[in-house]
Write a protein that binds this ligand. Structure first.
Ligand code: SAM
Length: 340
């Protein structure tokens, strides 16, 4: 329970009337992959251990956010499975479900799912996103700079043995010149398996700074290719959901499109991010952060921490400016350092 529950505001609404509902918590900036659209091949400076929030600190802040109206928490990174004890953290966060948390999930590259699916299910995890950008070994190697497609596929198979974790969402970054030939194989995967395969447009968040607009393969183009192959039937999704979902008349899973570049959804954005070093970010493309770690470690009360959260939310950006030419400024950190 919060120490001073009454004095903590129950809703988080920004200056544009958007009520915050979703929090991404990065638990590490480290990753065992080096995806070309996210990290450099080498040379990224890791956060020092003492700057990274402890599990107790994460749980304290998560509880505060839940009491302020956050209903969805996703643990991410970096790669959350490279931090020891992820199932333990899930177990520590589970009680928040009795305090208002509706959904607790993990986003992972799947590399450790063969060993972690069981412990995560046992800890009470019910939702997961697995990133997988190619079903072809050489291409998987090229994009992740790691030759381990088989291991990730094994992890997905292992995950399927734990039906309490469902649906299994598979996230695919769409890059022109790379992803086109994967469109039908991934659609086939969604037909055959109980997966929700979601295409995500490539955003300018790569550490190398190589993003070019021409490399964005729009969700609508992918939709049209699949629809010509087999008709896609729309599935209702919640209003603030980032993805448009479809199913096949004769399939088990679903296909989704997350189109932040070609069809920005900022007007319904209800997301906040907490970096591994305890900074609040109100947009993936934020240039500014709010430091909860320093305040917490200096002895701030829940009411004082809540005031920092409110201050951050009151300044949440109206929208990203990817499509505004020179007005666009790259974010102050790259995706793996923010927590995607
Ligand atoms: N390592 C975990 C994983 O692979 O899912 C969690 C962190 S990763 C940063 C979260 C998601 O961000 C992944 O689905 C990844 O594909 C996506 N991502 C990273 N860089 C991106 C970019 N430049 N554009 C679009 N999506 C990106």
């Amino acid at each position: 329970m919060l120490a001073d529950r009454v004095a903590v505001p129950r809703r988080l609404v920004d200056s544009f009337g958007r009520q915050m509902g979703d929090l991404r918590i990065s638990i590490t900036d480290r990753c065992n992959f080096r995806c070309v659209y996210c990290m450099p091949e080498d040379g990224l400076q890791w956060l020092k251990n003492e700057r990274i929030l402890t599990f107790d600190e994460i749980v304290r802040l998560a509880r505060l956010f839940v009491h302020m109206g956050i209903t969805g928490i996703r643990l991410t990174g970096g790669e959350p499975t490279v931090r020891n004890g992820l199932p333990e953290l899930v177990r520590m966060l589970k009680p928040l479900e009795a305090e208002g948390l509706e959904s607790l999930s993990v986003t992972t590259n799947g590399f450790r799912l063969d060993e972690l699916s069981g412990p995560l299910a046992a800890a009470g995890l019910t939702r997961i996103n697995v990133s997988l950008d190619s079903l072809v070994r050489e291409k998987f190697h090229k994009i992740t700079r790691r030759d381990c497609l088989d291991r990730v596929l094994r992890g997905l198979e292992e995950l399927e043995k734990h039906p309490t974790i469902a649906p299994i969402k598979v996230n695919v970054v769409a890059m022109r010149g790379f992803s086109e030939e994967e469109i039908i194989p991934f659609a086939e995967l969604a037909r055959r398996k109980p997966y929700v395969v979601r295409w995500i447009e490539f955003m300018p968040l790569d550490a190398d700074g190589n993003w070019r607009r021409e490399q964005v393969l729009a969700g609508q183009e992918i939709h049209d290719v699949i629809h010509r192959w087999r008709p896609l039937i729309p599935v209702d999704a919640r209003a603030s959901s980032t993805s448009r979902l479809y199913r096949f008349a004769d399939g088990i899973g679903e296909v989704g499109f997350i189109n932040p570049v070609s069809e920005p959804f900022c007007s319904t954005c209800d997301r906040l991010r907490l970096t591994a070093d305890g900074q609040i970010r109100t947009c993936l493309f934020s240039l500014e952060e709010w430091d909860l770690r320093a305040a917490m470690r200096a002895g701030a009360s829940d009411v004082e921490l809540a005031a920092i959260v409110q201050q951050a939310v009151s300044q949440k950006e109206l929208k990203h400016r990817i499509n505004e030419g020179p007005a666009f400024q790259r974010a102050s950190r790259s995706m793996s350092q923010i927590g995607g």
